[in-house]
Design a protein around this ligand. Sequence first.
Ligand code: HEC
Length: 125
Amino acid sequence: MRFVTVVVLTLSVTGAAAAQTLACDPVLTKRVWAKCSACHTVEKDKHKTVGPSLHGLFTRKAGRAKGYVFSRSFQQADFAWTDVTFDAFIASPQKTVPGTKMAFAGLRNPEERAALACYIRQPSP
Ligand code: HEC
């Protein structure tokens, strides 16, 4: 009986995540992603000259994208990417990871930051 409860719980959590993905506003995400796409892709292992691929970002720790050489700051960073850490970093990259080589001032608008998290979570090649 306990086992059944766990399975049902797991399914409903997965369902919620899927619903969140579907809720990505396509117009907003397209407009905001344009601020990142000069330096990043969301394709697997496809790093740009400047920045690392953000594929599978929310499944890994900061500064660990394979085949990309991060700054010392990111190499020494010790946190996983979650909605909370991503939101803080995009709001103010230099404050969150001092010394990062990501030359981006930050996004003040929380809706835009949430839209990016949603976009990066969407399945991509
Ligand atoms: C001018 C180029 C540039 C722009 C624009 C830029 N980034 Fe970056 N980004 C970088 C670089 C370079 C790094 C590697 C940082 C380091 O090693 O210190 C990075 C790192 C990151 C990381 C850490 C990746 C990891 O695997 O830990 C995330 C997340 C990220 N950027 C998200 C974004 C998002 C979202 C945007 C758009 C709002 C954006 N970046 C805009 C250049 C850029």
